[in-house]
Design a protein around this ligand. Structure first.
Ligand code: NAD
Length: 421
């Protein structure tokens, strides 16, 4: 018997959503496989003169609704099935938000912390050289993901311009502002989740003083902590790959972010007054109203889900809750605001960046925030209403919402009944 892959497990969500809709079998046939996945080896000259090769992938999962869109991850455990699953999620995320995109994703199997800055630049440029033939403003548009950032996007954009012989900033999003990036892209993922949580707070039974635990303290984790703390909520626990800390009276988020920016792990705060070090998994069991997974996939499983005490799980990470764990949380009455909606603020502002690049006219921060707020509230409300009307989890509702848009688009190309009638 072959082992169930991450993509097989992700596809269960597609089947669940399909059972609620009258859709043509063509739709499922199209969506259950990635359209194209390319694998290469990047051969990099290291600072010590040696050559090292790194595996890299780019997947374009489905482009029915527009060019594929998705981040590039640099991670030592990156694998093809993870890339394809993330690309599947991007297909649904763009459809949930009604962005004119399909889904894609890319990765390099590398630990960027082991590279010098010059080696990191060579890996980034080499990635673009290898995949430039599939990437483009109307074909496939990358963005940052885990352990990649604006500077890396800037290098990749520059490499694309050298190859294309022209400056085409819409080829990649999440660029530095001075290289055509959008204002508001840096905190967009967290801000989108924050707007969603605030919009549904009444329905979710959340008060004006929430206690929040954040797993993962990178881009998404730091910004959500900052946005919530600024509104008077308490961040009572955080973790990163070094470990976790707990402060029932609330952490000083600004001080913690300053420490992280200075290169220290969150556990460096552990000896300060009111702050104690806890086991990484213990973060899930702290007393709080909202738990924010903002690290990696498969962090909440059937083995630890039962410990969760939060009322709401806001998934800023992609795929942090396994399907088994989902069932446990549902039974406990914990509402999960799913990744394809809750972290879609990032791709939404990436879309705004692409629009601004194409029109050559740039918006101020207020306009970006207003448009993001409107999009998160519009699609968040639509998903919430589907979940109430159909009595489903919010995750299944988000998949139903996305699948109906994808199905409409796929069916417009003609289905079996059209061709045999
Ligand atoms: P990042 O690299 O900035 O941060 C990742 C954080 O997770 C780091 O603090 C790291 O130490 C921590 N981490 C790693 N392993 C951990 C573990 N076992 N326990 C606890 N913490 C751990 O990445 P990011 O951009 O913030 O992305 C985080 C998640 O959000 C990913 O799932 C990513 O796909 C998702 N996401 C990010 C964006 C974005 O715009 N940045 C958009 C959508 C989704």
């Amino acid at each position: 018997m072959t082992e169930e892959t991450l993509l097989d497990r992700a596809l269960v969500r597609l089947d669940q959503a399909a059972s609620h809709l009258q859709i043509d079998p063509d739709v499922i046939e199209k969506l259950k496989y990635p359209r194209e996945t390319i694998k290469v080896r990047l051969l990099i000259r290291m600072d010590d003169g040696s050559r090292k090769s790194f595996l890299a992938w780019r997947c374009r999962y489905d482009d029915t609704r527009g060019p594929t869109k998705g981040g590039i991850r640099f991670h030592p455990d990156a694998a093809v099935e993870e890339v394809e699953t993330l690309a599947f999620w991007m297909t649904f995320k763009c459809a949930v938000m009604n962005l004119p995109y399909g889904g894609g994703k890319g990765a390099v199997r590398v630990d960027p912390r082991q590279l010098s800055k010059a080696e990191l630049e060579r890996v980034s440029r080499s990635y673009m050289q290898a995949f430039a033939h599939v990437i483009g403003p109307d074909r496939d548009i990358p963005a940052p993901d885990v352990y990649t950032n604006a500077m890396i996007m800037g290098w990749m954009a520059d490499e694309y311009y050298q190859l294309a012989g022209q400056v085409r900033p819409a080829v990649i999003t999440g660029k530095p502002i001075s290289l055509g990036g959008s204002l508001g892209r840096d905190d967009a993922t967290a801000r989108g989740g924050f707007y969603l949580l605030r919009h549904l707070a009444g329905e979710l039974g959340l008060g004006s003083e929430m206690r929040v635990a954040v797993q993962g303290f990178g881009n998404a984790g730091q910004f959500i902590a900052k946005l919530l703390a600024a509104e008077g909520h308490k961040i009572v626990a955080v973790s990163d790959s070094s470990g976790a800390i707990h402060a029932p009276g609330g952490l000083d988020v600004e001080a913690l972010i300053a420490r992280k920016r200075a290169g220290q792990p969150v556990t460096a705060m552990a000896n300060e007054a009111g702050v104690q070090s806890i086991a990484p998994d213990a973060l899930l069991g702290v007393h709080c109203d909202v738990l924010v997974p903002a690290a990696l996939e498969d962090m909440i499983t059937k083995d630890n889900a039962d410990a969760i005490k939060a009322k709401v799980v806001l998934e800023l990470a992609n795929g942090p809750v396994t399907a088994d764990a989902d069932a446990i949380l549902e039974k406990k009455g914990i509402v999960v605001l799913p990744d394809i909606l809750a972290n879609a603020g990032g791709v939404t502002v990436s879309y705004f960046e692409w629009v601004q690049n194409r029109q050559g006219y740039y918006w101020d921060l207020e306009e970006v925030h207003q448009r993001l707020l409107k999009t998160m509230e519009r699609e968040g409300r639509a998903v919430w209403n589907i979940s109430r009307e159909r009595g489903t989890s919010v995750r299944t509702a988000a998949y139903i919402h996305a699948l109906s848009r994808l199905a409409n688009a796929i069916e417009e190309h003609g289905t079996q009944s059209y061709f045999i009638s």
